[in-house]
Write a protein that binds this ligand. Structure first.
Ligand code: SAH
Length: 222
């Protein structure tokens, strides 16, 4: 149930709590991720007409043929990113590729101290930046840029998370991982899988996690 006061949507804690309970039954265990998902008002990141469905386990359109990912996949990817790798290094600085409406960036901001997020579609970038500011989230730097080549100027990152699927794992992005860092990303065209790439002193290790469905990673800006 949504109540709107002065144009600011408020969703009852019960609706959010139901989402958290569902995430638990879907296997999400990381309490910090669950707390962040409870905190971030997901309904503010979608069009008002869709806000009553904001906490359902669905992806929703955010215009420009893009979607906000379903809560489960946001939680799952961040949980994988946070799990300490072989080197046991805490994840501090994270890069997200594909800001979209800024929802995942907001969740990331609750669990990591320093977040960079890149978006190639200008109106989405503008709106996400404003929404994060309205929520007084100050530890996310949003960039209007093609994220295919990552953000070498701010590398290395302890974590990289991609919200759009590339046909293969990019070497340029892997190289921007710190030793002990991890990257979680959808890979493939029609058939897509979530991959985890871990970097240690010896090199990279890849694991295939589960089937997923993401919008494609596109080149250039618009
Ligand atoms: N994390 C987002 C999900 C957005 S969908 C959220 O919480 O809403 C994926 C986004 O990736 C889209 O907004 C799309 O424009 C963006 N994207 C696709 N290719 C990109 C690229 N090369 N660089 C930056 N962003 C890209």
């Amino acid at each position: 149930m949504n109540v709107r006061v002065n144009g600011i949507g408020m969703t009852s804690p019960r609706t959010r709590q139901r989402m958290i309970e569902r995430l638990r039954t879907q296997g999400i265990r990381d309490e910090a991720v669950l707390a962040a998902m409870f905190e971030v008002p997901r309904h503010l990141f979608v069009d008002e007409a869709l806000s009553s469905r904001a906490y359902d386990d669905v992806s929703l359109p955010i215009n420009y043929q893009q979607t906000i990912s379903q809560p489960y996949i946001v939680a799952r990817m961040i949980e994988v990113l946070r799990a300490s790798g072989p080197a046991g290094r805490p994840v501090k600085r994270v890069l997200e590729i594909g800001t979209g409406c800024g929802y995942q960036a907001a969740v990331l901001s609750h669990v990591f101290p320093e977040v960079y997020s890149m978006e190639r579609i200008q109106p989405l970038y503008e709106r996400a930046k404003k929404q994060l500011l309205d929520l007084k989230i100050t530890n996310v730097q949003v960039r209007y840029a093609d994220g295919c080549a990552g953000l070498p100027g701010s590398a290395p990152f302890d974590g990289i998370i991609m919200a759009a699927a590339a046909p293969e794992i990019s070497d340029a992005l892997r190289e921007q991982l710190a030793v002990g860092g991890r990257m979680v990303l959808p890979v493939g065209r029609q058939e897509q899988w979530l991959y985890l790439v871990e970097r240690d002193a010896k090199g990279f290790r890849e694991s295939r996690l589960e089937p997923v469905k993401f919008v494609p990673l596109l080149m250039g800006k618009e």
